[in-house]
Write a protein that binds this ligand. Structure first.
Ligand code: AMP
Ligand code: TRP
Length: 316
């Protein structure tokens, strides 16, 4: 039996935090043990918010280092960059022609922008279409993402069905893969951990930064068990261990926060060190991405040939 395939993308939009790691990144490392995988840097997607070439350049390299540091193995996973594979934008155009405006207007990101009276650019409006192309070119069985990306994967599935119904069976229908326990990792204020809420704990934080973040966790003076501290701690230790610990130290917020700092440091320090090692040799690291893109290109080009055949533009 052939191995199942997973695929996911990450925007090069800054430092990853624990929400990104437990919600999505960790799944890639776990899945690579038994599955064939594609993980890519969605640099064209990031253009909607990142319009500075130097920053884009740096961020791309940073994502690469982040993933190598958490243990993504380029021998097991094809790690590539979206902008290296022109088939993504090419297929997105073809999907544009079978996707209606009202359908895309149901997307959360669009509705949010509309509710805030933001003038949304066409790229942001079309974001889910490019994402559909990213996914469908490689025929993954599963797309591991955090809960906020579920709708995007469902849109990709609908677009695949529409294409198949119009032109004949071409694309495998993808499924989002969302782990219930980490679908929404909470931040230091209890809301979803997110850069835009300023409530994150960076995945590669230095000790002092970890301390600062943990000390800023919001606690309510009436609580026996500080739930925001517990929720983050629970990412590192199972409830079976934590509950009795928290019960025995009920009300002692400072002590519990100190324990969390130590546990976070134990977890983060090896990742941080590994990242620094990789960062010493950027040319070698870039070569990994370049090779991955070459491999991905072969798969994407083959699928695109099939698409061109199906829509009838192949005449030579
Ligand atoms: P982003 O940096 O927002 O593009 O997110 C990258 C990945 O991390 C996506 O799969 C998100 O769904 C996931 N993610 C981001 N924040 C969280 C969170 N607080 N909890 C769970 N998953 C998250
Ligand atoms: N939209 C995803 C995010 O913001 C990134 C992404 C782009 C992606 N293309 C994808 C994720 C394809 C999974 C599959 O996190």
């Amino acid at each position: 039996m052939s191995k199942k395939i997973f695929l996911s993308g990450v925007q090069p939009s800054g430092k990853p935090h624990l929400g990104n790691y437990f919600g999505a990144m960790k799944q890639f490392v776990d899945l690579q043990k038994e599955h064939e995988g594609y993980v890519f840097i969605a640099d064209y997607h990031a253009l909607h918010s990142l319009r500075n070439s130097r920053e884009m350049n740096e961020n791309i390299k940073n994502v690469l280092l982040d993933y190598l540091a958490i243990g993504l193995d380029p021998k097991k996973v094809i790690f590539f960059k979206q902008s290296d594979i022109s088939e993504h934008t090419e297929l997105a155009w073809i999907f544009d022609t079978i996707t209606t405006m009202p359908f895309l207007m149901r997307a959360h990101a669009f509705k949010d922008a509309q509710a805030k009276n933001k003038e949304i650019d066409v790229g942001t409006f079309n974001y889910p279409v490019l994402m559909a192309a990213d996914i469908l070119l490689y025929g993954p069985d599963m797309v591991p993402v955090g809960a906020d990306q579920k709708q995007h994967v469902e849109i990709a599935r609908d677009i695949a069905e529409k294409f198949n119904n119009t032109y004949g069976e071409t694309f495998k229908l993808p499924n989002p893969m969302i782990l219930k326990d980490v679908a929404v990792v909470p931040g230091t204020d209890g809301k979803k951990m997110s850069k835009s809420y300023n409530n994150t704990i960076p995945l590669f934080a230095e000790y002092e930064e970890i301390k600062k973040c943990v000390m800023s966790i919001v606690t309510d003076s009436g609580e026996g068990i500080p739930k925001n501290v517990y929720a983050i701690h629970n990412l590192l230790r199972p409830a079976s261990e934590l509950l009795s610990l928290y019960e025995s130290k009920a009300g002692k917020y400072k002590e519990l926060k100190e324990l969390l700092i130590e546990d976070l440091e134990k977890f983060i320090a090896p990742l941080r060190e590994k990242r620094k090692e990789f960062a010493k040799d950027i040319p070698t690291v870039l070569l990994i991405l370049k090779k991955g893109s070459e491999q991905a290109k072969i798969v994407a080009a083959k699928k695109m040939e099939e698409v061109r055949e199906k829509i009838g533009v192949n005449i030579y």
